[in-house]
Design a protein around this ligand. Structure first.
Ligand code: PNS
Length: 158
């Protein structure tokens, strides 16, 4: 059984994240989508909201579960029997930092990192840009699930 983790902030989850999670769920036996709890970073959605959104967005994927973690990702992996970290690579610009993190995580533990190339239609996609464009009234309906779009609209109209 190969258990992997897809880590991130998911503030909010985008169709780019879901593309990677779905493809990981076809490649590996078990996928845990893990939300980093980062008290020093302001987020649009609370941890509970992000976990709810991820549970809802992955409810059709039987081998995917959702969790949160604090501190080092490799510790979460060891504590949860996770063998590999799955990361999406959008462009060459992602590669330098992702390689550095993969090698650091690999130097700390046996946990390996597997890169999945982002589907081209999502290569420009980032949660931060989705929030900025949605806040400015731009159309992000192709970039996030419908219910995430509704939640963002609610948040910006509040
Ligand atoms: O969605 P993000 O914010 O780009 O995700 C980044 C994340 C959470 C994957 C990364 O920051 C991470 O793994 N943080 C956990 C802390 C950690 O393990 N740091 C050492 C990295 S070598």
């Amino acid at each position: 059984m190969t258990k992997v983790v897809c880590p991130g902030s998911f503030d909010p989850v985008t169709n780019g994240h879901l593309d990677i999670v779905e493809r990981a769920s076809r490649l590996f036996d078990e996928v845990v989508v893990a939300v980093l709890v980062n008290e020093s970073k302001a987020s649009m959605f609370t941890l509970e909201e992000r976990l709810d959104m991820l549970s809802r967005a992955t409810s059709d994927l039987a081998n995917v579960t959702v969790a949160s973690f604090r501190g080092l990702l490799v510790n979460f992996c060891i504590e949860n029997g996770v063998q590999a970290i799955v990361k999406g690579l959008r462009a060459v610009s992602d590669f330098d930092y992702e390689l550095q993190m993969a090698q650091m995580n690999g130097s700390l533990t046996e946990v390996d990192t597997v890169f999945i190339p982002t589907s081209p239609e999502y290569s420009f996609l980032a949660s931060s840009l989705v929030k900025e464009v949605a806040k400015g009234g731009g159309d992000v309906s192709r970039l996030v699930p419908d219910f995430v779009l509704d939640l963002m609209k609610e948040r910006f109209s509040a």
